[in-house]
Design a protein around this ligand. Structure first.
Ligand SMILES: C[S@@+](CC[C@H](N)C(=O)[O-])C[C@H]1O[C@@H](n2cnc3c(N)ncnc32)[C@H](O)[C@@H]1O
Length: 264
């Protein structure tokens, strides 16, 4: 896997995903690749599972740094191979601007933002300077440490990032952050777990911005949030104000959608 950046100073990361750790086999390739000055990071993620995931159980740095640097909406982000970071930086600018517009911030810096599935903290951090506090949740520990580092790098002190599995929340979830004004939820393709939907229906934040890369699970979760979970006698309490697709993956059938929900 290759990743490069839009900073103007080209930095390329090469990530070899292998099923076992045999650096001597990769050595000739690494030597060839690193003759290109743009290549500043070569990592090897070792994943013994049969699935198609690129996240390794172990990661080894074979050359240079373990992160590359990207800029987005005026902020600087360190990205490691295992932390989610939007693959299309130019369209990520469009996506995050749209999210900010949907947030409809009052301009007095008073809002609390809950950034669910926050990855390296990009969405929350791009809003942080205009709100009171951002709380981000994410399952990948490396992404959380990147998010904390990214907050520091950008001099942002009002963002708290917490590692946790949002599919396994219990009744204590929500006890360590104040009631948010805005929830941003950006899950990966399976969408939100029913436990999280139920939590959001109880929480009743004024706005939810649901960012989705899978229209099928997006439609299912919007249905739950607006019309409830009928089989469990749970009522919905949101109305859908807008849905704006963003082409994050040109020349593919995939589409990202930003959905704005308002409390009824
Ligand atoms: C589509 S990405 C969005 C990341 C981030 N919002 C961004 O724009 O860069 C989804 C994120 O959800 C995280 N994730 C997936 N399953 C999760 C779970 N069960 N609990 C918490 N985070 C999860 C992934 O690791 C990934 O970082």
């Amino acid at each position: 896997m290759f990743r490069d950046t839009e900073t103007g100073q080209p930095e390329v990361m090469v990530n070899f995903v292998t099923s076992s750790y045999k650096p001597e086999l990769l050595k000739p390739l690494v030597e060839k690749i690193t003759s290109f000055p743009e290549v500043v990071s070569v990592v090897n993620n070792v994943n013994t599972s049969v699935g198609n995931t690129s996240v390794g159980e172990e990661e080894y740095t074979l050359y240079g740094k373990s992160t590359i640097t990207e800029t987005l909406r005026g902020l600087t982000f360190k990205i490691s191979a295992n932390s989610f970071f939007q693959t299309n930086t130019q369209q990520a600018e469009v996506l995050y601007k749209l999210i900010e517009e949907c947030a409809g911030l009052r301009g007095d810096g008073s809002e609390i933002v809950l950034d669910l599935f926050c990855g390296t903290g990009t969405i929350g951090l791009t809003l942080a300077r205009r709100v009171r506090h951002v709380y981000g949740y994410e399952v990948v520990a490396q992404a959380i440490s990147d998010a904390r580092l990214n907050a520091k790098l950008n001099g942002i002190g009002n963002a708290t990032f917490i590692q946790g599995d949002l599919n396994k929340i219990d009744e204590n979830f929500g006890s360590n952050f104040p009631k948010p004004d805005i929830v941003i939820s950006d899950p990966n393709r399976p969408g939100m777990h029913l436990k999280l939907i139920k939590f959001l229906l109880k929480l009743k934040a004024q706005h939810i911005i649901y960012v989705s890369c899978n229209p099928a699970t997006c439609a299912r979760d919007l249905e739950y949030l607006c019309h409830g979970v009928r089989e469990q006698n749970i009522e919905g309490c949101y109305k859908l104000k807008s849905v704006q697709p963003v082409d994050m993956f040109p020349h593919t059938p995939h589409i990202e959608c930003v959905c704005l929900l308002e409390l009824c």
